[in-house]
Design a protein around this ligand. Sequence first.
Ligand code: PMP
Length: 278
Amino acid sequence: LPVIWLDDRLVPESEASVSYSDRGYYFGDGIYEVFRVYGGHLYEADAHYDRLERSAREIGLGLPYARTEIDDILRLLLEREHVQNGTVYMQVTRGVAPRSHPFPADAKPVMLAYCSDAARPIHMMQTGISAVTRPDIRWLRCDLKTLNLLGSVLAKQEAADQGAGDVILHRDGIVTECSASNLMIVKDGAVLTHPADHLILHGITRAVVLRLAGEQGIHARERAFTLEELRAADEAFLTGTTMEIVPIVQIDGLPVGVGEPGPVTRRLQQSFEATIPS
Ligand code: PMP
């Protein structure tokens, strides 16, 4: 059985249960992170810890451990499970307290963390996926990685019901991101993606890809774009920790560009590959 970090200790999965009164369960009152593991190492760990600390600060949650302690715990899990290529999931809830909306006076935050093997989505990266567009019904702090994911869950289920690989969200015609990844389009050789404001998650893969575009001399801009611009794009792709860079080759049943992964997407995939420690 895999070992799990739960509330200050390592336990076998069979013993990893939480209180019915945890605020994560009642309110989705907590935050999380998903890390990529390549060759036994956490990828872009500092960026993930920065984002975790920012999410915690912005929801008034005191993390139960310092960054270095969290890092030790995650490394311990990786060693115990011998994970070479996979993911680490971790979350912190505001803790156990009688159900009442305001912050409890004395609840202790509860951290859960575990790692799993996960292959890179090579097939999707090579052939691309389809997507459908849907209204973005999530709240107005999508920059925080909180456990309140119902808006994303419902969107992703709609995509699944349509037989699509993912959903592209928009607010009144302005494209934001996908259900669990950021979105970029390419028009006339230039990359466009929504600015890192309160309407999208500030993706770590997104930041890596923007940096790589700069290094490759590919023009990249952070500016909001419309559904019309999305439909007229030459290429589209999503970025995320577990997905890396996945081309979107069909949107709402219509091909993106020629309906195949495009040259700018391919170039960025190759540069991304070079950042992965072997
Ligand atoms: N947007 C949303 C809504 C997400 O859930 C994720 C996945 N964490 C991303 C974007 C991509 O972020 P990252 O590259 O840091 O995984």
